[in-house]
Every structure is written in C-alpha cells, then in structure tokens.
Design a protein around this ligand. Structure first.
Ligand SMILES: [Zn+2]
Length: 276
C-alpha cells in the first residue's frame, strides 16, 4: 500500500540517487525538499578541530606521488584511511577515506561567480586549487564560455550531519546508495568543485553533459591542473557514473598526463578499481 507520502519519498529517493558523487545539497528541481534540513544542523559544529600535527602541507604543484592510500585497516569493509590527506594528489573514493579529524587548513574563497549569492562554506577551496580555478574561469571567459561554481568544499562535519540525517530517515544501507559516506566525498578535500554554465541550468545534472561549457571543460580543464574526475565509461573504476561537471585539482603535470591518456586518478595511481 502506497500513500502519497511514501510515493513522494520514493520519487525523491530515485531522483537523488542520480547525483551520488557530488552528494546533494539541494533537491533536484521539481521534487520536494527533504524533510530533514541538514544545513541547519550541519553548520556551526566546531567540534572537529584540525590537528596541528603535520607541518604546512607541501602544497606546491610539485609532483608528490605520495597520495597512495596507506595500509591502515579501515573501519568499514575494506575501506582504508588515507595517510596523507593534505596531498594535492590525494585519492579519495569509496575505498579510500579521509581521516575523521581532517580539515584542510588553507581554505580560501576563490574569486569566481557561483550560482548563489551567499558566502557559504561550499564556495571555499584550498588555496592552490582556488588560484587555479580563477585562472580556469578567466581562460573560459576568453573563449566566450561563462562558468559558475555550484559547490566546492564541504566540511567533514557537514557531510557527517547530512549523511546521518539520511541514515535516520532511510537506514544505513539505503543512505549509502545516494549519499557519500563521510570521509569519502572528494568535496571534503577542498580540491574539487562542481561547475555549471553561468545560468545555472543543468547544475550537477546529466543534461550538463551536452553543453558547450562541458565541452570546454573536457578540452581545457587540464591546462589549469583540473581533471574530469568521473569520466564516461569509467564508473567501474571510479565508483561513480559520468559527471562532466565535477572537476578535481591535481596540478597541471598530473592533469595533463591523465587527460592525454584519457584515464582516471585511480588508474594513474595504480589503485584498485572501486567496483571489481
Ligand atoms: Zn561533485
């Protein structure tokens, strides 16, 4: 028996599941907003302090192939905790998780337009990535391509709060199908950003794939040190379907190598494919 509410919930769930890698911080157009408003609970929880241990992250674009996951046993089935979360080339995916206490220490607000006006956490990026995204947007502009940021950094606290609200609503297994487990979202690194055209149409949706903005990104992102993190046809390796809007900073050298080969960060780092 299906009442209206469970139908609506189901519809929401289905539409939500399309957005997996980027998580969703807004409901897709046309669907009702999720009842549990995570943002309210998420913000202002200054509990997780950054550890002052490791010295300043060597954030130069020099190649440090160090970002390979450590052999530290993870908490969940085969998931490993990342040893050097501050590395520019860090691999974060469903099997390689950021440590609970990791918060990037060099987050800044890049000077680029977003699809919203407010000065929110999700505008932030790590300094080196922020400078690169400014260059990328400027380069696009020269080619008459107007871009806008949709969502960049998401703190561990925000991701945790968001995820927990889904678990409460749908249970752990179901929640995992449409929201990244805290620590496994690349948005927590401050090195990734979802990008759309300046009109915000198709933001973080499949229809972005056919746009001139997506085409420009696919051709030029690597020149600025970014890769299309979840390319078409690589979902078995990355664990995510094609997401033409989600770009990830890795530095220009590695970005070019990955783009030239048409490969992925997993392949480049010789990491195990996410789904065997
Ligand atoms: Zn994303």
């Amino acid at each position: 028996m299906m009442n209206k509410r469970s139908l609506a919930a189901m519809a929401l769930l289905i539409s939500v599941s399309l957005l997996s890698a980027c998580g969703k911080d807004k409901a897709p157009a046309g669907s009702p907003a999720p009842s549990a408003s995570p943002s309210a609970a998420a913000s202002q929880s200054p509990t997780a302090k950054p550890t002052p241990t490791a010295g300043s992250p060597s954030a130069s674009s020099s190649v440090s192939p160090s970002a390979k996951p450590s052999a530290t046993p993870g908490k969940n089935d085969g998931v490993q905790v990342i040893a050097k979360p501050e590395s520019i080339t860090v691999l974060v995916n469903k099997q390689n998780m950021l440590p609970d206490n990791y918060n990037p220490t060099d987050l800044v607000y890049p000077d680029i337009p977003f699809t919203f006006k407010e000065k929110l956490e999700k505008r932030k990026m790590r300094k080196e990535a922020a400078e690169a995204i400014e260059q990328l947007f400027a380069g696009a502009k020269k080619d008459d391509i107007s871009l806008a940021g949709v969502s960049a950094y998401r703190s561990h606290a925000t991701q945790t709060s968001l995820f927990n609200s889904y678990v409460k609503k749908d249970g752990l297994e179901k929640a995992k199908t449409y929201s990244a487990v805290p620590g496994t979202s690349e948005h927590e690194t401050g090195l990734a950003i979802d990008v759309s055209g300046s009109d915000g149409k198709c933001a973080a949706q499949d229809c972005f794939g056919g746009t001139k903005e997506a085409k420009w990104l696919a051709e030029h992102a690597h020149e600025y040190g970014f890769i299309i993190r979840y390319p078409k046809g690589k979902d078995k390796i990355t664990g995510y379907q094609y997401e033409p809007w989600h770009i990830r900073y890795v530095g220009t050298k590695m970005a070019k190598e990955i783009a030239d080969k048409g490969s992925t960060l997993e392949e480049h780092l010789n990491a195990v494919p996410v789904s065997k």
